[in-house]
Design a protein around this ligand. Structure first.
Ligand code: AMP
Length: 143
């Protein structure tokens, strides 16, 4: 299954925020949208960074509650690994395993067109495995 098929199913809406906002703003957005990471984009189209729950946990461990007043730019990861719509589920699993992260922004050129999380991948992979098992079962039953 390709990233474009995943985006067709789940939609291409992406929650972005500006790097100048505070970590408190980011916490509110993460809670409101029930997601684990936000794409940082100052123009809403191209990617400046990514901020995940883990960055905030690390920030709290380092700065204590003062972390909440820091800016998104202070804690975000700037070197963002992305994928394209042509990538496959197994490409994404490899990128996430190697990079030890759970979110991959999808780009067309330098424009953000979606985001895929490890949860999206696990859901599709399980569906694929169940479909393959069903095909094998019906093949055996008719053989
Ligand atoms: P995650 O597992 O996605 O919550 O993120 C773990 C760490 O990796 C955090 O420091 C994130 O900012 C960073 N991170 C998440 N996704 C990416 C990505 N696609 N490229 C680079 N870093 C990322």
């Amino acid at each position: 299954m390709s990233v474009s098929a995943i985006l067709k199913e789940k939609g291409s809406s992406v929650f972005t925020l500006a790097s100048t906002l505070s970590i408190m703003d980011a916490v509110a957005m993460l809670g409101e949208h029930k997601v684990g990471a936000l794409i940082v984009s100052d123009n809403g189209e191209t990617i400046d960074g990514i901020l995940s729950e883990r960055d905030i946990v690390r920030g709290v461990a380092h700065f204590g509650s003062a972390c909440l007043q820091k800016s998104v730019a202070d804690l975000m990861t700037r070197n963002v690994i992305t994928c394209t719509e042509e990538a496959t589920v197994s490409d994404l699993m490899e990128l996430m395993t190697k990079g030890r992260f759970r979110h991959l922004p999808v780009v067309r050129g330098d424009k953000l067109v979606g985001v895929v999380s490890i949860g999206d991948i696990v859901k599709r992979r399980i569906a694929e495995i169940e479909r393959e098992a069903e095909e094998i079962r019906s093949y055996i039953a008719t053989a």
